[in-house]
Design a protein around this ligand. Structure first.
Ligand code: MV4
Length: 500
């Protein structure tokens, strides 16, 4: 029985803290609470061996954390990844199937079999693939292999966006005006739309990534857009459940990083600004956000710590918000995994988030994981280097003929790419993350510009030239970014470039 589950089940049956305080003294409550904590506390047993259920740069990133903690690593790989660096740098590697995702990295029985054969204590899922698959986490823990992430029921709750929204609302996290429960049909949708006021956005409860989402600007177009969203959601997720929110024009996408231990301690590591996205894929992220104030950061951080402690959240998590033009923040979704862009938070806080995940999963207390208060210093930016055509954004697989990653003060590269290595066509196009830190945003921008200038990748197309242009953009340099930035940026180019 996993400790996190047992902890929460006991909590459910307990009377609330405030209720108990009516009957007994504060000291008695404190003592009872300490005794209860000790009774529930797992005997700390650090993992000896971890299987990394992922590939590419994130598999290598997890291997780095394990090596520094003295933990043995087991890589899994598909036939297309035989020559990958995660295979080379892991202590052991097991081939789990052919290149296709469904037959390898998404094949739960194959991944669990590898974990059983290698006799690991825990599995780190990375991001994407099986990272937010509650069934996978459940199977893993049933096999007595610790899943490095939150308990499966929480992953399941946050995967149903409408339920996550209701849970956050109940806890006092600000949300947008919108519907309650799943919309029964376009009739109910119209009632809510009139109540909230147009424009509204219809979203798929099982969704994310923009699929099954429709902006509705007036009553006339609602029935058709409702139907379209429903079919798209049913086809994409096998679930046509929809809900509605007030549509925010030109929002910023800002997310908060949190860490939680198994004893109810939750800390916020501040925000990441992720507004520069194309087709719901982030291109560039930074921390702090130019729009954030210390007061707002503190306020949201406190609300999130209390809420996630109450929910029984454990491990690393990201809470996504939209910021409107009046700088108000509204919860939209929670991600129950480590994210691609986690290095920008690591660069400003000096906290190793992946090491923290492993220690927290092993039952360490927050105070022993963090060794002091969290202090954010300077400014960090990450550019996602994708193997794709910079204008057409189509995947570009093949052999890398030359690879010169930049270095120097304040520069970090997370990658599994190398010269003469092959980028297979079956997987995500992210081949490297270029991350820089500076004493302030201006230094980080200059540093990123020179690092991009010195980053050579030949043989395939990458987004490096696109990033060079973004870094030179006057609006970007002034911090004027929202989720419509890329569209406007690309339109500017089309007007001025004779080639376009
Ligand atoms: C919104 C929104 C405006 N208002 N929600 C897009 C991805 C998903 N995680 C949330 N998304 C959005 N949610 C409300 N209430 C704007 C976006 C959004 C978007 C929506 C449609 C088309 C392109 C978009 C690009 C960025 C954000």
């Amino acid at each position: 029985m996993p400790y996190a589950q047992r902890h929460r089940k006991q909590r459910k049956g307990n009377p609330g803290r405030a209720k108990r305080a009516i009957f007994v003294s504060a000291t008695a409550v404190a003592n009872a609470s300490i005794a209860a904590t000790l009774a529930k506390a797992p005997a700390l047993r650090m993992f000896k061996k971890i299987l990394i259920a992922n590939r590419g740069e994130i598999a290598l990133r997890v291997i780095c954390a394990c090596k520094e903690l003295g933990i043995r690593t087991v890589a899994i790989y598909s036939e297309a990844d035989r020559n990958s660096l995660h295979v080379r740098f892991a202590d052991e590697a097991i081939c789990i199937g052919p290149p296709q995702l469904n037959q390898s990295y998404l094949n739960i029985p194959a991944v669990i079999s590898a974990a059983e054969i290698a006799n690991v204590d825990a599995i780190h899922p990375g991001y994407g693939l099986l990272a937010e698959n509650a069934n996978f986490a459940e199977v893993s823990e049933t096999c007595n292999i610790k899943f490095i992430g939150p308990p499966p029921e929480i992953t399941r709750l946050m995967g149903e966006k409408e339920k996550a929204r209701a849970a956050m609302k109940k806890a006092g996290v600000p949300i947008l005006p919108g519907s309650e429960g799943i919309l029964a049909g376009d009739g109910e949708a119209l009632e809510w739309a009139k109540h909230v006021g147009f424009p509204v956005i219809i979203k798929a409860s099982a969704g994310g990534g923009g699929r099954g989402m429709r902006i509705v600007r007036n009553e006339e177009e609602l029935p058709a857009l409702f139907k379209a969203a429903q079919s798209e959601a049913a086809a994409s997720f096998g679930n046509g459940d929809l809900y509605m929110e007030k549509f925010v024009e030109r929002p910023r996408h800002i997310e908060f990083q949190i860490l939680a231990d198994q004893y109810g301690n939750v800390v916020s590591l501040g925000e990441r600004e992720c507004s520069i996205q194309r087709r719901h894929q982030k291109l560039l992220e930074e921390s702090p956000s130019t729009q954030m104030t210390a007061e707002l950061r503190e306020n949201i951080g406190q609300i999130l710590s209390r809420t996630l402690s109450d929910i029984g959240y454990v491990n690393a998590g990201t809470i996504e918000f939209l910021m409107d033009e009046e700088r108000r923040l509204y919860f939209i979704e929670m991600n129950t995994r480590i994210q691609v862009e986690h290095p920008v938070t690591e660069m400003v806080t000096d906290v190793d988030l992946v090491k923290s995940q492993i220690l927290l999963a092993a039952g360490e207390r927050m105070e022993d994981v963090l060794h002091g208060p969290i202090v954010a210093r300077g400014h960090a930016i990450e550019c996602r280097i994708n193997a794709e055509h910079p204008e057409k954004f189509t995947p570009s697989a093949g052999r890398i003929t030359a690879f010169n990653p930049p270095g120097g003060t304040g520069v970090r590269i997370d990658t599994a790419a190398y010269a003469e290595g092959v980028i297979p066509p079956y997987y995500d196009s992210l081949i490297a993350k270029l991350i820089v830190r500076g004493k302030d945003r201006s230094e980080a921008v200059s540093r990123m510009s020179r690092a991009l200038e010195m980053f050579i990748v030949e043989g395939i197309y990458t987004t490096i030239p696109l990033h060079r242009r973004i870094l030179a953009d006057p609006d970007f340099r002034e911090g004027k970014v929202d989720t419509t930035f890329i569209e406007r940026f690309l339109a500017k180019k089309d007007k001025t470039s004779p080639a376009a």
